[in-house]
Design a protein around this ligand. Structure first.
Ligand SMILES: [Zn+2]
Length: 218
């Protein structure tokens, strides 16, 4: 698997420090399962982050924030990323193998979203309010055009899609910021299944937006 699109260093640092919200953290962990390069990168960043903290004079940080930062670095589950077998979560379709990061999540059934489009709610036990979902889009379909107030994190699990920045294939991660107003098109050779976490409000346009918005509670 050749992976071309990776999370930003800032995002990996946030994950290592335990400050990335649960939904996005789960998407990034799913990427790390597939991406050796990012597993190496996050280990490097942890070393640099630890050295920076040691170099800081103690007075430059409030005692509680330093303690929090150190606790986050020490916390076993934040920086130590899962390398477990990819089998535990119940997939919403027989042959889709979900990332092991989803193993404690409840994955709902596929629900109609629009022609050739289905979605499934992914519920995290520790953060049931997180906006996390699987999206399944048929070959050649155009995803709803949308903008963001927050950031959207998308890990491609199967197939591929393109937007103006390039093509995203299985294993790739896309981070879309609030400035980006994008629409994505699924490649014609097969359907595309993605794991998507949304932070903040999503602004959807057109009839799909009117359908999609109320379904997801946006
Ligand atoms: Zn990567």
């Amino acid at each position: 698997m050749t992976i071309r699109h990776h999370p930003r260093d800032e995002t990996l640092l946030e994950l290592a420090a335990g400050s990335l919200p649960p939904g996005p953290a789960l998407v990034i962990r799913s990427h790390l399962e597939a991406c050796e390069e990012c597993r190496r990168r996050i280990a490097e960043l942890e070393v640099v982050g630890g050295a920076l903290l040691e170099a800081l004079p103690p007075t430059s940080l409030a005692p509680e924030s330093l303690a929090e930062a150190l606790a986050a670095i020490d916390r076993e589950d934040a920086p130590r990323l899962p390398l477990r077998p990819r089998s535990a979560a119940t997939p919403p379709d027989g042959d889709l193998v979900l990332p092991a990061a989803l193993q404690d999540c409840t994955v709902g059934n596929w629900r109609f979203l629009g022609p050739g489009m289905r979605w499934s709610r992914v519920a995290l036990p520790e953060a049931p309010e997180a906006n996390l979902m699987l999206l399944r889009i048929g070959p050649g379909r155009r995803l709803p055009e949308h903008g963001h107030v927050g950031t959207e994190y998308t890990q491609v699990l199967r197939g591929s899609f393109s937007d103006w920045r390039g093509c995203y294939r299985a294993g790739d991660l896309m981070e879309a910021d609030s400035e980006i107003d994008h629409h994505s098109v699924v490649e014609t050779e097969g359907e595309c299944i993605c794991l998507v976490a949304l932070e903040g409000q999503l602004r959807l346009r057109g009839w799909v937006g009117r359908l999609f918005g109320p379904l997801l509670g946006f």
